[in-house]
Design a protein around this ligand. Sequence first.
Ligand SMILES: NC(=O)c1ccc[n+]([C@@H]2O[C@H](COP(=O)([O-])OP(=O)(O)OC[C@H]3O[C@@H](n4cnc5c(N)ncnc54)[C@H](O)[C@@H]3O)[C@@H](O)[C@H]2O)c1
Length: 260
Amino acid sequence: MKSVTGAGVVVTGGGSGIGAALARRFAAEGARVVVNDLDAEAARTVADSCGAGAVPVGGDAAGEEGVAALICAARRELGEIDLYCANAGIATTGGPEAAEADWDASWQVNVMAHVRAARLLIDPWLERGSGHLISTVSAAGLLSMLGTAAYSATKHAALAFAEWMAITYGHRGITVQAICPMGVRTGMLDGSNPVAEKLLGDSVIQPDAVADAVIAGIADGRFLILPHPEVAGMYAGRAAETDRWLRGMNSLQRDVEELS
Ligand SMILES: NC(=O)c1ccc[n+]([C@@H]2O[C@H](COP(=O)([O-])OP(=O)(O)OC[C@H]3O[C@@H](n4cnc5c(N)ncnc54)[C@H](O)[C@@H]3O)[C@@H](O)[C@H]2O)c1
């Protein structure tokens, strides 16, 4: 798929932030959009703002039952799903000492949500020879994010899963792409965290800029969609000179510790 015009699209976590921007842009481009969010009211508000081409489907997009219910409702609305955007995500703070519940929720929403959706989507897509999965990962999935081990680890896992899907099904008509932004001004990065602001402040972009990058990314088909193009150089630097990259990140960590 090079354009979403006429496509049946699902956006999870579409009630705010990046997901809301994606839903609105896809609808403006002529897609039929199912806007999902755990916050059903938020999903409804965003779907209403998209015009006639969008419907809300509130509910969980991570657990096995929630994903099954969402995909079933979306198929009722759209026929087969052409594009599934696994966008819902959560960010918790801390390292290994963080609560089991935070680690578990991060795995469920940031990783297993993608696995469970793919499990239900892949057979019909292989049968018809086309299907498109876009995962909202993060630059944290290519690099790391200070202060949050669960986010960094689960976003790496989400990226690994998306790569695996692309490798395994790329020759059978399935397109898989990963959106990997740095800071985006949303509920997740609302300006209230001084550490995040120090790390990301100058480079923070608006959700609409992510939607622009996604539309361009769908047109060119590249696996990595990088709304902050400089992330490509950082990722290459991490791979080529891992110890230098780790020293640089550790130096940032020490700067951040001085803030608190
Ligand atoms: N904001 C950033 O700086 C940034 C940067 C890189 C990647 N991301 C990723 O972008 C995605 C969207 O985040 P955002 O920044 O728009 O944050 P956000 O908090 O504004 O939006 C996330 C939405 O997901 C919904 N959600 C959470 N769990 C859900 C579930 N189980 N089922 C359905 N909906 C659920 C929330 O209700 C919320 O509306 C996430 O995957 C996040 O990790 C964000």
